[in-house]
Design a protein around this ligand. Structure first.
Ligand SMILES: [Zn+2]
Length: 122
């Protein structure tokens, strides 16, 4: 578990559109995101997840730079799963990332299409 926090200019942004917004409340408290393994161990990032009031989207959880809105995984994790889903066999992908599931369905909040597009840009 690694405690992290966004840089000041990345804080208090709408999780959907990224607009800077006033803080609403502390939300559900601290939250964890699954990150890439480190030294063979599962690694999670943990940070506060306050809510903000967006003029367009209402009260939403604030954005964090390391994960997409409403995702339980970091962008790096999503990119790795997307890469493996396109470059490796289904069984290898499921063995390496059991959270992906035997049907190779996406884990909650894992946007494979978005992650694949993002990995092509990076
Ligand atoms: Zn918004």
């Amino acid at each position: 578990m690694v405690a992290v926090r966004p840089r000041s200019r990345a804080r208090r942004r709408c999780g959907i559109c990224g607009t800077r917004c006033p803080r609403f409340d502390a939300g559900a408290g601290r939250r964890r995101w699954r990150h890439l393994d480190a030294a063979g161990l599962k690694l999670y990032l943990e940070a506060d997840a306050p809510r903000v009031t967006c003029k367009q989207h209402g009260v939403v959880v604030a954005a964090v730079p390391w994960a997409r809105h409403d995702a339980g995984h970091t962008r790096d994790f999503d990119r790795q799963v997307a890469w493996m889903a396109t470059e490796c066999s289904k069984s290898a992908t499921v063995k390496f990332h059991p959270a992906v599931g035997h049907s190779l369905s996406t884990p909650r909040g894992c946007d494979l299409a978005g992650a694949a597009a993002e990995s092509r840009v990076a």
